[in-house]
Design a protein around this ligand. Structure first.
Ligand code: ATP
Ligand code: MG
Length: 648
């Protein structure tokens, strides 16, 4: 964004008030904003008291050496104790912590008491395998309860986990093991994906061959498929964990003790190893889960569809919900196995009340058709969440209508691996929501939009999203690379955190996320947001999903190239391209009309489901593709490339 700030093209006038019933009993009311504005640190000190501390902190924030923050630094706690034991001690041991739903249809439910036993056994096993406080453990697992148990067992003994998404290649795993210098890897024989067992252990064997620091591999038996075992190095979970006593005394660690390292999704470039610590992270994960989902642990059934390999899985499957004593669903497989109604079948089966998923999934469900969710009883749902990308207003409306029965509030939560927990989001009992906007920084969070020079833009203006005050769950550094931490986030705007996302403020001062700064297009001197053009395309009845990029153009500097996926019933007739161009022109103005529109079957996405526009830009400009290590399926790029020459 060099020449001028981001153009403000999209006008979205729809508004939805919070349901009266929810508002009347909401966990958090409008007062929280006032309280936090009056005394931000006091507000966070109070939220820290949701946790059980072995030694209560007396300091809240130490910002004497920015950008290296310390939160609650003189407090001590055990994160796993907070997520498990204390609920059992409070008499809730019989409450279900996890309803596990396997892809083949097997299911089991673990109570908090059972979870405590399992985490204690696993902690004893890690100790037997030589893992000590301060060590790193790599976790490469399918979506099974043992993934959460493994993470909590690490937390319990003070070893940092580095969870690597179970779909990554051996090379991607090896580089992450090496970067974090992990001495133990926890994995499984495999998991179920798309109706069949999918092996995980061979990738670990290949990766560990390049990682001499790995002493042991601990293997959960999930699928029972043939699995090579290296004597002396590899051990089975059911042997080593199974024979341990269920008693384990948790040790209290400093609030700033490392909890985990997690690599970003790699949407914009090489993944960064983000370091999170204990007390501040857990405080904000727990508070936001309580506030944004209005969680009532005695009655709600919560389901986050993310994978534990992403930060959403860390903060909103493992740490936030378990710290809050929630009952949740964990689903192993894909949304279309054995049929495209699988998610809705799970919602109906468990009476899910709070659902947290991603725009990529919602757009896929739109593409599959309205009739699929209509076959299931979704009336238990009372809060719907979205995370991962800007949600197009049309997808938001579809989510509310077809999943939320036309009345369930949607919370569009903006945050990043780096922020550790939600930062900008509506509150379901407070906020009048706007489709496509994350709206307002949460209580205790300070964010705004600035121009190129770092000046706050007025309402109605666009530019860069920045966070203006430190927050409890902020990353503490990039693992092993303090300089990259400073350069990436703290150098662009002095004293403020640069998120890397474009954003605008509407006339009410609400924030709309407009995509990555790296993706913003410059057309005839105007900065245009990819998100706005994509949302305009998705608002056409024939389009389910769209990705746009700016490709070098002799006359306009950059020209907009749009890749679109059509909805289930729509066909690719001869007028389609002209119709879509005109539709965008009518919605946003002639400047935003794509020069080219290419219907495609798939879009390149990261394993976490985000569109990788940089690869589309490479294609549109006839360049060699950049880093594809976190791409889901590289054949997608071949298909798109083969479409291009005929399309000009
Ligand atoms: P990398 O930093 O390696 O490119 P990444 O940014 O995709 O990877 P994540 O931390 O998983 O890694 O994603 C955070 C980003 O996701 C945000 O910066 C933002 O661009 C996008 N995002 C997440 N939630 C929302 C949301 N509710 N609205 C808009 N954008 C969102
Ligand atoms: Mg990022």
């Amino acid at each position: 964004m060099s020449n001028e700030s981001l153009a403000n093209l999209l006008k979205e006038e729809r508004r939805f008030a919070p349901p009266a019933e929810l508002a009347a009993h909401a966990n958090v009311t409008a007062e929280a904003y006032e309280q936090a504005a009056a005394d931000r640190l006091g507000f966070w000190a109070e939220q820290a008291r949701r946790l059980t501390w072995a030694e209560e902190p007396t300091e809240t924030l130490d910002w004497s050496n920015p950008p290296f923050a310390k939160w609650f630094a003189d407090g001590k706690l055990n994160v796993a104790y907070n997520c498990v034991d204390r609920h059992v001690e409070a008499g809730n041991g019989d409450r279900v912590a996890i309803h596990f739903e396997g892809e083949p249809g097997d299911s089991r439910s673990l109570t908090y008491a059972e979870l405590k036993d399992e985490v204690s056994r696993a902690a004893n096993a890690l100790t037997e395998l030589g893992v000590r406080k301060g060590d790193r453990v790599a976790v490469y697992m399918p979506m099974i309860p043992e993934a959460a148990v493994a993470m909590l067992a690490c937390a319990r003994i003070g070893a940092a986990h580095s969870v690597v998404f179970g779909g990554f290649s051996a090379d991607a795993v090896a580089s992450r093991i090496q970067d974090a210098d992990a001495k133990l890897v926890i994995t499984a024989d495999g998991g179920y994906r798309r109706g069949k067992p999918s092996a995980l252990k061979p990738a670990i064997d290949e990766a560990v061959a390049k990682c001499p620091q790995v002493e042991h591999v601990l293997v959960v038996r999930r699928t029972g498929q043939d699995t090579a075992i290296t004597e002396g190095r590899d051990v089975w979970w059911h042997d080593v964990v199974g024979r341990q006593p269920a008693e384990h005394t948790p040790e209290a660690f400093d609030a700033e003790h490392p909890l985990f390292i997690l690599y970003t999704s790699g949407t914009t470039g090489k993944p960064k190893g983000i370091l999170h610590t204990s007390g501040g992270y857990l405080t904000q994960a727990a508070y936001t889960h309580h506030a944004v989902f209005d969680l009532k642990p005695e009655s709600d059934v919560y389901w986050c569809t993310a994978d534990v390999g992403w930060v959403t899985g860390h903060s909103y499957i493992v740490y936030g919900p378990l710290a809050n004593g929630a009952t949740q669903v964990m689903y192993e497989g894909t949304p279309d196995t054995p049929h495209q109604g699988r998610f809705w079948e799970v919602v109906q089966k468990y009476g899910v009340t709070i659902l947290y998923t991603a725009p990529t999934a919602i757009r896929t469900f739109m593409k599959w058709g309205d009739d699929i969710p209509a076959k299931f009883d979704l009336s238990s749902l009372r809060v719907l969440g979205s995370v991962g990308e800007p949600i197009n207003p049309e997808a938001w409306i579809w989510y509310r209508e077809h999943i939320g029965g036309g009345s369930t509030p949607i919370v569009d939560t903006w945050w990043q691996t780096e922020t550790g927990a939600m930062m900008i989001s509506p509150l379901p009992g407070v906020t009048e929501t706007k489709p496509g906007s994350a709206q307002r920084p949460l209580p205790g969070i300070a964010a705004t939009v600035v121009d190129d020079e770092g000046r706050e833009v007025p309402d109605g203006g666009g530019g860069y999203l920045v966070l203006t005050e430190p927050w409890p769950s902020m990353l503490r550094t990039i693992w092993g690379d303090d300089q990259r931490f400073i350069d990436t986030y703290w150098t662009r705007f002095e004293g403020r955190y640069f998120a890397g996302d474009g954003a605008k403020k509407d006339d009410d001062g609400d924030i709309w996320l407009l995509g990555r700064v790296d993706d913003v297009m410059l057309v005839s001197g105007h900065n245009i947001s990819t998100t706005e053009v994509e949302s305009a395309l998705v608002s056409h009845p024939k389009v389910a999903e769209a990705a746009v990029v700016g490709a070098a153009d002799e006359t306009t500097g950059q020209a907009i190239v749009a890749f679109v996926i059509l909805r289930g019933t729509a066909s690719e007739d001869e007028n389609l391209v002209a119709d879509l161009r005109n539709h965008v022109g009518a919605t946003l103005g002639p400047i935003a009309k794509p020069k080219r529109v290419l219907p495609v079957a798939e879009l390149p996405k990261t394993r976490s489901g985000k569109i990788m526009r940089r690869l589309l830009r490479d294609v549109a400009e006839n360049r060699q593709l950049g880093d594809v290590t976190t791409l889901t399926d590289s054949s997608v790029m071949d298909l798109i490339q083969s479409k291009l020459p005929t399309a000009a």
